[in-house]
Design a protein. Structure first.
Length: 63
């Protein structure tokens, strides 16, 4: 009986450690995703601006 209770205690500690690690990893994943979305948004805006500048420069040449 003693060994079984010891086993359950060790199992509970390991589960607690795994839950805490998963929670930390989830937070880091959310933060990284947020940063990636912001970077993609900035990249899209810069590419859009570059296309509009290029189109404005090409317009007089076509006319």
């Amino acid at each position: 009986m003693y060994w079984f209770l010891l086993f359950l205690g060790v199992l509970a500690v390991w589960l607690l450690v795994l839950v805490l690690l998963a929670k930390k990893l989830w937070g880091q994943t959310k933060a990284l995703t947020r940063e990636l979305v912001a970077a993609q948004s900035k990249l899209d805006a810069a590419q859009s601006e570059a296309r509009s500048v290029r189109a404005a420069e090409d317009a007089p040449a076509r006319a």
